[in-house]
Design a protein around this ligand. Sequence first.
Ligand code: COA
Length: 218
Amino acid sequence: MQGELLRADQSRSPREDQRSSEERLRPERLRSDCPVLLSERLVMRAPHEEDIDALAHLANNAKVATMVSRMPHPYTADDAADFVRRTKNGDIGKCVYAITKAENGAFIGCCGVEPHADGRTVEIGYWLGEPYWNKGYTTEACHALVDMVFRTRQDVDQIDARCRVMNVASRRVIQKCGFQFQGSGLAASLALGSNVPVEWYRLDRKTWMSLRSWGNIA
Ligand SMILES: CC(C)(COP(=O)(O)OP(=O)(O)OC[C@H]1O[C@@H](n2cnc3c(N)ncnc32)[C@H](O)[C@@H]1OP(=O)(O)O)[C@@H](O)C(=O)NCCC(=O)NCCS
């Protein structure tokens, strides 16, 4: 994904250094519009230190790293600790979620949204640990995230999503969330050290409202 978070981003962007001193001193404020999200099988909440071991284990997978923009590979416990620290500081997007299983609290992946500079668009991103793939978890997480964005942020007109052209599973998640194809292009991959072909999708508020319930999407 292109979005800052969704890139599971480990690198510092210039924007981070432009944050006001108030934002840096009061990182919790940054999450005030990112409420804990509950769905049928999931709890999505801010990442914290207890996630580090599972995060390091699940993220250290080339099948994950090569599908997101800026996840290092190999992925170490230090990378995981840094990721948690920086999400707490608001350095990696302002709305990064740990995806956890409601039944036992297990950390299974990450998702989030990152605002674009236009102030009207956010970009969604996600990854899940391989043992949890193909159980509908990411679709469930994205439905909750999309609902939260459109219900709580009247300033947001549209949500963008990007995936590698070869990423069949992610494209399917995007489709199951009602996103519409916009175009294709290239995006950087940290793990691969090169640009890769990506597809760009968008879900606008009007379309989201017209879907009424996620059950209407095949
Ligand atoms: C992409 C990813 C997040 C999907 O997570 P997930 O929880 O398995 O997704 P879901 O179970 O909600 O949906 C996956 C869909 O893709 C389909 N799918 C998966 N692999 C497929 C394949 N090889 N061919 C066709 N369909 C496939 C599944 O059948 C399912 O569709 P269905 O519900 O219609 O059957 C996960 O595979 C992942 O983390 N991959 C690595 C990181 C990544 O790609 N992140 C996204 C970057 S854009």
